[in-house]
Design a protein. Structure first.
Length: 296
């Protein structure tokens, strides 16, 4: 019996070693990636990035162009198109699905509940959860970026309006706004638009591309008003001042809405956690009083 256990242990160790050697050989065959033109990866992605790169090379030829285009638009709206490519996002989804499935399987093994049914449940729950996690992360990045853009837009519009009224054209006014305005995703998108203009792209097309990249209604209204004012020869300063006032009013209304929603959002935690503790403390003192008076 002891000899059989030793053979099983040696076989398991050999299998793990072969998997390690095969994985290492596969990773060594992956060509080195040039990321000098891209943003740095988050700390968590750096740990698994070689595996993500190998998986991306394996599944990239099987992806359809429509899928890649949709994913590219999602990455652009989240501001992550210089961090991940559409192909690498699909590779990350596959790797995340495998990691979450293995994590659930490890928990089941540690609890001593390993069986075919439990392992199958780990696959059924872990694989979809891991596949969806990069999408949820991207959605959170998109929402955070949108909040920052909406917050900084009135300030940038004020800078651009003052520069236009001082005699600069719209391109020079945007350059001044990028230099003097707050750092954030909006400043990065304006700087990207200026690079498009220096590359020879028409101003209307550069504004339209910025609007498509960001996919935010406030930016779409701003770019549309600029394109329309430029096309019909209207006063840019008046259009910009109207846009700044409207964006500031929208920000005030949004803050007022969040303030009114706060009591409603606090109701559930109060009912579930705070009120039961108060009732428990009051019930304890009532019990002591009744005990002293001989009622109980």
């Amino acid at each position: 019996m002891n000899m059989l256990l030793i053979l099983v242990a040696l076989s398991a160790a050999a299998a793990v070693g072969l998997v390690f050697v095969a994985t290492r050989g596969l990773l060594q065959q992956v060509p080195p990636e040039d990321r000098h033109y891209q943003d740095p990866l988050p700390r968590g992605l750096q740990l698994i990035w070689p595996v993500v790169t190998a998986t991306t090379l394996a599944i990239a030829p099987r992806l359809k162009s429509a899928q890649l285009e949709k994913t590219h638009r999602a990455l652009q709206s989240a501001g992550q198109d210089y961090v991940l490519t559409p192909e690498s996002l699909y590779g990350l989804r596959v790797v995340a699905a495998v990691i979450v499935t293995l994590f659930f399987a490890l928990l089941v093994l540690m609890l001593g509940r390993a069986s075919l049914a439990t392992l199958l449940m780990c696959v059924l729950f872990g694989a979809p959860l891991g596949w969806m996690y990069p999408t949820l992360w991207l959605s959170e990045k998109r929402n955070l970026r949108r909040r920052k853009v909406v917050r900084d837009l009135p300030t940038y519009l004020d800078f651009i309006t003052m520069a236009v009224e001082a005699g600069l054209n719209i391109t020079g006014a945007i350059e001044q706004a990028v230099q003097k305005g707050p750092q954030g995703p909006l400043g990065q998108e304006f700087a990207r638009m200026l690079r498009d203009l220096r590359a020879g792209l028409p101003r209307a097309e550069a504004l339209r591309r910025m609007s498509d990249r960001m996919d935010i209604s406030q930016i779409a209204n701003f770019t549309s008003s600029l394109i329309q004012a430029d096309r019909v020869g209207a006063s840019l300063s008046d259009a910009l001042r109207a846009q700044a006032g409207q964006r500031r009013e929208e920000r005030f209304l949004r803050a007022e809405k969040l303030a009114l929603e706060a009591p409603v959002k606090m109701m559930l935690p109060l009912v579930m956690f705070f009120f039961p503790l108060i009732f428990l403390v009051l019930a304890y003192f009532i019990y002591l009083q009744m005990k002293q008076q001989g009622i109980l």
